[in-house]
Design a protein around this ligand. Structure first.
Ligand code: NAD
Length: 351
């Protein structure tokens, strides 16, 4: 019989983290899942309503940038593994407030690494799993792909802070022999994404007949992955990945922003039973983001060959599921944009 293990997931109330928490809580009865989250504007416990009563789940509110708190939490629960997703994650916010990205993404990660060293001393199975982004590799031209050996070349304060945290994780592996894995993933989309990111923002704006702001000439190219496929990859890397390795995760699914926007408009016209072409009229080109990377594209051959992972849905299927979710969860959308979820949190956890 499997011995119970204490697993810490940071940032579990956020977009990707909530899908990872749900997957681990429902799939692994022998893992006790601790979800540590500061509940910033991006963290929302409503994302996890369906698992909050589970016998193997508990929520801890706290800030990874507070080292005393982190050290106490680690010595109390003696985690067997950490899956680290907590981060400031929005590029536009990093341009206006880079220091908060340094604080959470770099200082917070190093606090977790220091606390992990203590536990790894007495537990040879301990694993620190760091979740990162393809944005650390900088920008591609029209050709080529990012592989695990592509040199880091970050251009935004967000990607610079993530690159730094990746380096710290590797350095702790090399210097102190901390067992770790890292994965770098492309753009995620799907249910529960905060409506500041492109796809939920545009779904919401189309519903409300508001303009769809497309940066520059719309030729920026991103690779898109359905969030549940990312959660499945994280599960595989955590449980089957080789220690000390990095895995790139991507959707084999590159889209220019303008083409993605037009596809979304077509699907939304269908959903809203509006005349074809009516949503496209909302497209407005806006001033470019400074330091904007032209193209990201991931070569996910390694995780495919070593761990047998591949995306399970096409982009159109994933987008349709996402659109349906936002239609069925208008209340969620109203809450995350109004701060009502803070009231919810108080009721749930401070009563
Ligand atoms: P998100 O912004 O939706 O969620 C981040 C979560 O971290 C939130 O719940 C927030 O409350 C929490 N958090 C923030 N600061 C904290 C702190 N100081 N202490 C504790 N918790 C804190 O982000 P996401 O899109 O779910 O991304 C999760 C991770 O995946 C990040 O590390 C991000 O860099 C990485 N990633 C994201 C994408 C993407 O497309 N969204 C792609 C690749 C990698």
């Amino acid at each position: 019989k499997d011995i119970p293990k204490n697993i810490l997931i940071t940032g579990g109330a956020g977009f990707i983290g909530s899908h990872v928490v749900r997957r681990f809580v429902t799939k692994y009865g022998h893992y006790k899942i601790f979800n540590l989250d500061a509940l910033t504007y991006a963290g929302n416990l409503e994302n996890l309503k369906d698992v909050e009563e589970a016998f193997n789940y508990s929520f801890v509110k706290g800030d990874i940038a507070h080292s005393d708190f982190i050290n106490e939490l680690f010595s109390k629960h003696k985690f067997d593994g950490v899956i680290h997703l907590a981060a400031e994650s929005h590029v536009d916010r990093s341009i206006s407030d880079p220091l908060s990205f340094v604080r959470t993404n770099i200082l917070g990660t190093v606090n977790l690494l220091n606390a992990s060293l203590e536990l790894a001393k007495n537990n040879s199975n301990f694993l620190f799993y760091h979740i990162s982004t393809d944005e650390v590799y900088g920008s591609l031209g029209k050709e080529g792909f990012f592989t695990e050996s592509t040199a880091y070349d970050p251009n935004s304060p967000y990607s610079a802070s993530k690159a730094s945290s990746d380096h710290f994780v590797r350095a702790y592996g090399a210097t102190y022999k901390l067992p770790y894995v890292i994965s770098n993933c492309s753009n995620n989309y799907g249910p529960n994404q905060f409506p500041e990111k492109l796809i939920p923002l545009f779904i919401n704006n189309i519903i409300q007949n508001k303009p769809l702001p497309v940066y520059g000439d719309g030729n920026y190219t991103r690779d898109w992955l359905y969030v549940k496929d990312h959660a499945r990859a994280i599960d595989l890397v955590f449980n089957k990945g080789k220690k000390g390795e990095t895995y790139n995760i991507g959707g084999f699914n590159e889209w220019k922003n303008i083409d993605l926007t037009k596809l979304l408009c077509r699907l939304m016209d269908k959903k809203l039973k509006r005349q074809e072409g009516s949503s496209e009229k909302l497209i407005t080109f806006v001033k470019d983001r400074p330091g904007h990377d032209l193209r990201y594209a991931i070569d996910a051959t390694k995780i495919n060959q070593e761990l047998g992972w591949e995306p399970s849905v096409t982009f159109e299927e994933g987008l349709e599921k996402t659109i349906d979710w936002y239609f069925d969860n208008q209340e969620w959308l109203d809450h995350v944009t109004s701060g009502d979820y803070l009231e919810y949190y108080k009721k749930q956890y401070q009563a």
